[in-house]
Design a protein around this ligand. Structure first.
Ligand code: ZN
Ligand code: FE
Ligand code: FE
Length: 294
């Protein structure tokens, strides 16, 4: 055991990190995250550009679960494929979405990940109400198929681009309140998305208000993860474009609030900002965020 009072470990206690590539195998994400001192990472559970993948082998699962550095990451969670749309209006697309989501939940469960972040869906012209009801029916079907899976679905707050649902806290509350097994759902808040969706997060006061609204609408305990992204686009633009921390339009107050507030200490906070293979941009963004904490 290392002395926990050293400055290094003080920074390491914050649940902070970034989305990590699984290129070369799911276990590689652990090494990547640890190489830049992450304490939390998010991963895809398969290639993000494809609907389906062959199941994980015993060896792949063991390589991940038994990785010597796995313990250094206090939180590892998953993000679902971007192709999935539980409100899809095309039959085949919808069927693919249900199958892909259940397969990804199974993979995440095999890797013992607590939740899989999912964008609620896009109604594609059917209207918000019809879209939300379709999402509820879809989640019911998926979860009924995999009763033993313990990995929960973390619905993500979205920017509301196009016909995407989830840009209002009320949408997420409606879904959680409408499904048969609400205890299998939770929520991930994305700073760039709530900002683009129109929520004011420019100051400490505004942040407090936004979270009060979140707590009243969805419930304080539903929040299990935060995506820390700055936004290239303006507040209320409804356009989802992530930017490096402090280089976008959000301003530092929102990030300072999240980095300093006790409430978020045990909630994993991960970056989803653009980066190259050497992770230099992650290192830069994590440094900016850690500096805000003290
Ligand atoms: Zn997302
Ligand atoms: Fe996100
Ligand atoms: Fe996004």
């Amino acid at each position: 055991m290392r002395d926990v009072s050293t400055p290094l470990d003080m920074t390491k206690k914050v649940l902070l990190g970034a989305h990590m590539s699984i290129g070369g195998g799911v276990d590689m994400a652990i090494e990547r995250g640890c190489s830049i001192n992450c304490t939390a990472i998010q991963i895809f559970v398969k290639n993000n550009m494809q609907w389906f993948a062959r199941p994980l082998t015993r060896e792949e699962i063991a390589a991940f679960l038994n990785h010597v550095q796995r313990g250094e990451l206090l939180s590892i969670f998953a993000h679902a494929n971007y192709l999935i749309n539980l409100a899809a209006t095309n039959r085949q697309f919808h069927a693919n979405s249900l199958r892909a989501l259940s397969e990804e939940l199974i993979r995440a469960d095999q890797l013992e990940l607590p939740f899989l972040v999912l964008h609620p869906g896009a109604h594609l012209g059917a209207g918000e109400d019809a879209g939300l009801d379709k999402v509820i029916a879809s989640i019911n079907r998926v979860l009924a198929r995999i009763p033993k899976v313990q990995t929960r679905i973390a619905l993500e707050t979205t920017a509301g681009q196009g016909s995407c649902l989830g840009h209002k806290f009320e949408h997420l509350n409606y879904i959680i309140g409408g499904v048969r097994e609400p205890e299998r759902l939770c929520v991930c808040l994305d700073t760039a998305h709530v900002f683009a969706a129109g929520y004011d997060i420019a100051s400490e006061t505004a942040m407090r208000k936004m979270f009060t609204q979140f707590d009243r609408t969805i419930g304080r305990d539903s929040l299990v993860a935060i995506h820390l992204n700055d936004s290239k686009t303006a507040r209320g633009s409804r356009v989802d474009r992530h930017e490096h921390i402090s280089k976008g339009k959000i301003g530092l107050a929102a990030f300072r609030f999240i980095m300093r507030h006790r409430r978020f200490r045990k909630i994993p906070k991960v970056l989803e900002t653009p980066k190259g293979k050497d992770l230099a941009e992650d290192v830069m963004n994590l440094r900016t965020l850690r500096a805000l904490a003290d």
